[in-house]
Design a protein. Structure first.
Length: 650
């Protein structure tokens, strides 16, 4: 037996695929043998903690391709594989049908079948054993009417029972056992909101606290986000602190960068004293969870010159020839307030164990979601090791990889275990580049291991598009993020208040960035996008079609400034068509082709579409329909397609 072309399978089984609780794993394979014998195969699976394998027969798709599926109902890891065998009973039955149709003598064939059925009876159990024994006797009874015996031999009821007990003596098992990592639902569908706790104070000039963040929870809930992500909350180093707008040596009044972690007040397992205490973290995580929000913390494996690690474990850092510790650089950028760890030092094992303990410490405080800073600057073996250990103890943990680097590195990190990943979405503005990128993420094997999380902005990324496109640019980008990807996030309040001034021309850094100073935000500003964002998140929650990415299909549009795409549930109970004007300055119109052949719509049929953003209803007909989008009114439609109600068939 030959078993090949198995999907899903990542790098010959080196890495697991990903699913969330309740999702299906659909497995396909090419299965065949030499000659004309019929073949059969089955899918086998079990949770890693289970003792016995479950199985399902694989169904033929044609051209030697077979398919079966199973659902994952537990967190953790599942195993799956398949095996195949020559189907002796099926081969005999197929040949018998042909001989009967040709009116040939089948008396000997019935005796052969009787032996096959008798052998199946020996493998059977319970009532099936008795039924098969009786069937074998009937087929072998040469005194009975041969026409009746032949008709009985090809009866579906007999085949159904006999095929339950195949002869797998000479079967072939697939030579790999593949794995699935099963994550909580929030891994596959989530909306993230990032804010700096020190800027959460309602009083200008006062350093914010975690209690201020707790008071902000109703606002985050109103906007519809289910993950609240905080940049590092640890003590900030005092030496070499950056000043406003990333000026070096900010002086005694500088608050510094939260990523310059560590001071006399502690390191990665401590809370900045001006933010609060560990109890405040536990309280915030619990209060957020009561409101349906998960608290996410930043994990940044680096240290300020004042970190206790520098004093206690100098061997964990790389030294320059003059004996000083090498600070972080990404030329031409210099981070004098940050020392990177030396993962290649002789004390690497102790360093790895300590960094693992950082994760475990915050998990003990009630945190289950982490955004990991710059994982691509740390060794791949470390991430594979630490993530496997964390997930073995806490399979509900979600890890977001913040790696803006080359595609293969981003994909490798996802394969090694990161649950979600930042992407290039922020810099994809033209229709063709958006379509190409999303097709790569959703229509290739990448979809099996890489979960994109689309962010139109971050504290480090203020794109030229947002700098120059005004209010429409912010709206269209958040609609794209929230409908193209089932996971997305924004850095606020900078996003909903449309912060768009760069530090200098050509820079993606914000002027007066929160990374280096306190900010005060007027959340009640009348021009805020809070209501648009809240509506978008409500649309996402209420429409299961937007909870995944696999059904994404792009529509033809005769205007390159308009992008349109559909998503739908498996049974077409929920169908969403999104159309976005990619030009934030000018009104554009065009004809959009609805993929009616995939959605069960007749070519000339009329149907209702409901714009969930404006609440308007339109009547569309067939494939090609007209849209017009004024970016200064609303640059997008999110249309729910209501299929026509048809009378049941007689």
């Amino acid at each position: 037996m030959i078993i090949e072309g198995v999907k899903p399978e990542i790098d010959c089984g080196r890495f697991p695929i990903k699913r969330t609780i309740g999702e299906e794993v659909v497995v396909e394979a090419d299965v065949f043998t030499d000659g004309h014998d019929a073949v059969a195969c089955r899918l086998l699976w079990k949770h890693r903690s289970g003792r016995s394998w479950r199985e399902a027969p694989m169904e033929p798709l044609g051209n030697d391709r077979w398919r079966a599926s199973f659902s994952v109902e537990q967190l953790g890891r599942y195993k799956y594989t398949l095996d195949a065998w020559v189907d002796a009973f099926g081969t005999w039955r197929n040949d018998l049908r042909k001989r009967i149709a040709a009116e040939q003598d089948v008396s000997v064939d019935l005796l052969i079948g009787a032996k096959l059925v008798a052998a199946a009876a020996e493998r059977a159990r319970g009532r099936d054993r008795a039924t098969l024994r009786q069937a074998a006797e009937h087929l072998a009874d040469e005194t009975a009417d041969i026409t009746a015996r032949a008709s009985y031999a090809i009866d579906e009821a007999l085949a159904t029972i006999a095929l339950r007990y195949p002869d797998r003596t000479y079967g072939t098992a697939y030579d790999r056992i593949l794995e699935v990592v099963v994550d909580p639902e929030i891994a596959g569908f989530s909306a993230w909101y990032e804010l700096f706790p020190r800027s959460a104070s309602p009083e200008p000039g006062r350093h914010g606290t975690l209690r201020d963040v707790e008071a902000r929870l109703p606002y985050v809930k109103e906007l519809g986000f289910d993950v609240l992500y905080l940049p590092p909350i640890h003590p900030i180093g005092e030496s070499r602190r950056k000043g406003p707008n990333n000026t070096p040596d900010g002086g005694p009044d500088a608050v510094g960068s939260p990523w310059g972690i560590g001071s006399k007040h502690g390191g990665h397992k401590s809370v900045h004293p001006e933010l609060g205490t560990l109890e405040d973290v536990r309280r915030l995580a619990a209060k957020a969870r009561e409101m349906g929000i998960e608290l996410a913390l930043d994990i940044a494996f680096q240290a300020s010159p004042d970190h206790p690690y520098v004093q206690e474990h100098e061997e964990w850092f790389r030294k320059r020839p003059d004996g000083t510790i090498q600070y972080a650089e990404n030329p031409p950028k210099k981070y004098q307030d940050i020392y990177p760890f030396d993962f290649d030092s002789e004390s690497w094992a102790a360093l790895w164990r300590e960094l693992e303990s950082v994760f475990l410490f915050w998990i003990e405080q009630g945190v289950r979601v982490f955004r990991v800073d710059n994982p691509h600057t740390k060794p791949f073996p470390f991430w594979e090791w630490v993530i496997a250990r964390i997930k073995a103890k806490h399979p509900d943990v979600v890890l977001l990889s913040e790696a803006f680097t080359r595609p293969r590195i981003m994909y490798r990190l996802a394969k090694l275990g990161f649950t979600q990943s930042y992407t290039y979405f922020a810099w994809r503005n033209e229709r063709r580049e958006l379509e190409d990128y999303l097709e790569e993420l959703t229509q290739t094997d990448v979809v099996e291991f890489f979960r994109p999380n689309f962010w139109p902005n971050t504290p480090d990324i203020l794109t030229e598009f947002l700098q120059t496109g005004g209010r429409p640019a912010f709206i269209l980008r958040v609609v794209l993020a929230g409908t193209l990807s089932s996971n997305y996030g924004i850095y606020g309040p900078a996003f909903e208040l449309m912060e768009h001034v760069p530090r200098e021309p050509g820079s993606e850094e914000y002027l007066d960035s929160e990374k280096y100073q306190l900010r005060t935000w007027d959340l009640d500003r009348p021009d805020s996008l809070r209501h648009v964002i809240a509506r978008l998140n409500r649309i996402r929650r209420e429409n299961p079609a937007l909870h995944g990415n696999r059904s994404l299909r792009f529509c033809k549009v005769d205007n390159p400034q308009i992008i349109a795409y559909t998503k739908h549930t498996a049974g077409l109970e929920n169908i969403i068509l999104t159309a976005v004007n990619l030009d934030p300055r000018n009104t554009h119109s065009g004809w959009v082709e609805v993929p009616f052949w995939e959605l069960g719509i007749d070519q000339d049929e009329t149907y209702d579409v409901h714009d969930l953003l404006s609440d308007a209803h339109y009547t569309w007909r067939g494939a090609w329909n007209y849209v017009q989008l004024n970016p200064h009114v609303m640059p997008a439609h999110i249309l729910r397609i209501q299929l026509p109600v048809r009378a049941p068939a007689d």
